[in-house]
Design a protein around this ligand. Structure first.
Ligand code: SF4
Length: 431
């Protein structure tokens, strides 16, 4: 049984309304722990004064240069003593999640038990950085907690100017759209950069994220310096039986309004089966005995919309691989940047393919380490030095897929246009 709760009228307000509240969770933990009682006391003060009272410091575990986020209270009395002394230290351990964030319940129970023993009991699955956030430990308990977590086979994540903890989507284990082995790519790349995770020595942070298909469930385009996204380069696969089933259930209105009209490149058309074009880049899926949905695959930009809506009837192609983008980041300094395509397509199946990916990541990080300014992300560095310079350093040839909006590029080839016009004119005259 913990000590008496502080009055928390402001926090109590957050428990009202229809949504679950983190305050209720904290109060539950406070039934057993003085630590959490005082945490609520400090939090209530923050809500009253609208100020935060945590400051950083230096706390770590042996052999590591990062991964622990230190928090010391600044809320002191006249004698310089913490007002909420039981929560005077509230450090967070960042722990790397397994690829795809797959856990068994035994592991989760073990996590809960060890954190109740050494820390506050409060765990976040997962923080914005992708880590499991073990929140709230005293300086004395940080090493003890880490030793237990490490014993289970888990390792500290990154913090500061270092390679950061990575994330990969749930992947092939549970998703039919997966285009490569995300978990293997995640693990292979991260294992290569463990030193750069644990000993911050880069100009600024560097993040990898792995998404199995262009749905990009990890938001890797927006949120990682190097995004590895699954894709395919042949035609969308189709299944006539599932196409008919889908059409019988959803009908023509939905097909037109939710599928055909939403294709960003107008690659879809409804045709009578007999009129479907015969070409290597054309595929079609049956809707009923008479009509079919025709896909012009050379116009498809892999936005995934039709594949998501008609899952099963439509599916990613068979010739799968990944697109690698560099330079995504969030809002600081020059504003949000989306990653730029650097490798439009590479296979990622054989061991050599994974080696190639790791090698490319290594060259990118080496270049970043040598050329970025202090506190500058990869995307900002590329903006400053120019994409051409970066590509040259990476020994990657320029490709039209690197243009932000290829279809708005005004530089189009006009060879053959005159012949075309002459043919049209000749036809008109003949008529
Ligand atoms: Fe169009 Fe391709 Fe997107 Fe389907 S995946 S809606 S065909 S661009």
């Amino acid at each position: 049984m913990a000590k008496k709760m502080h009055d928390t009228p402001n926090l109590d307000e957050l428990e009202k309304g229809p949504w679950p509240s983190f305050v209720t969770g904290l109060k539950d933990l406070a039934k057993e722990k003085d630590y959490m009682v005082d945490l609520l006391g400090q939090l209530e003060t923050s809500y009253k004064t609208r100020k935060g009272y945590w400051k950083g410091g230096t706390v770590g575990v042996f052999g590591y240069g990062g991964g622990v986020i230190p928090r010391f209270t600044e809320l002191k009395d006249d004698k310089g003593q913490p007002i909420y002394k039981d929560a005077a230290e509230f450090h967070t351990l960042r722990i790397m999640p397994p690829p795809g964030m797959h856990y068994d319940t035994g592991t989760l129970r073990q996590f809960c038990d060890l954190w109740e023993k050494h820390g506050s009991g409060l765990i976040a699955f997962h923080g914005q950085s992708g880590d499991i956030m073990f929140q709230g430990a005293t300086t004395e308990n940080v090493q003890k907690a880490f030793d237990d977590i490490n014993e289970m086979g888990f390792d500290l994540g990154g913090a500061g100017p270092a390679v950061r903890t990575s994330m990969s989507c749930v992947g092939a284990a549970r998703c039919e759209q997966s285009c490569y082995d995300e978990a293997k790519a995640h693990r292979t790349v991260l294992n290569t950069f463990l030193d750069d995770i644990h000993r911050p020595s880069l100009p600024y942070k560097f993040k990898f994220k792995f998404s199995g298909c262009p749905n990009d469930c990890m938001n890797s385009i927006q949120r990682s310096d190097m995004a590895v996204i699954g894709t395919w380069r042949d035609n969308i696969r189709t299944d006539d039986d599932l196409g008919k089933k889908w059409f019988a259930k959803h009908g023509m209105n939905e097909l037109i309004n939710d599928v055909v009209a939403r294709c960003p490149t107008k690659a879809l058309q409804i045709k009578e089966v007999k009129n479907v074009r015969k070409d290597a880049h054309i595929t079609s899926v049956a809707l009923d005995g008479v009509q079919a949905l025709e896909i012009d695959n050379k116009d498809c930009v892999r936005c995934m919309h039709c594949v998501n809506v008609m899952t099963g009837a439509l599916a990613p192609g068979k010739d799968k691989g990944v697109t690698v983008l560099i330079g995504g980041k969030s809002h600081l300094k020059i504003g949000g940047l989306l990653g730029t395509v650097i490798i439009p397509f590479m296979k990622l199946e054989a061991d050599e393919d994974f080696e190639k990916l790791t090698d490319f990541a290594q060259r990118t990080i080496d270049f970043f380490a040598e050329n970025a300014l202090e506190h500058e992300r990869t995307g900002e560095m590329i903006e400053r030095i120019g994409l051409a310079t970066f590509l040259e350093a990476m020994e990657v040839d320029v490709d039209p897929a690197m243009v932000n909006s290829p279809r708005m590029n005004p530089y189009v080839r006009t060879d053959g246009w005159d012949d075309e016009v002459a043919k049209i004119n000749a036809k008109k005259q003949a008529a």
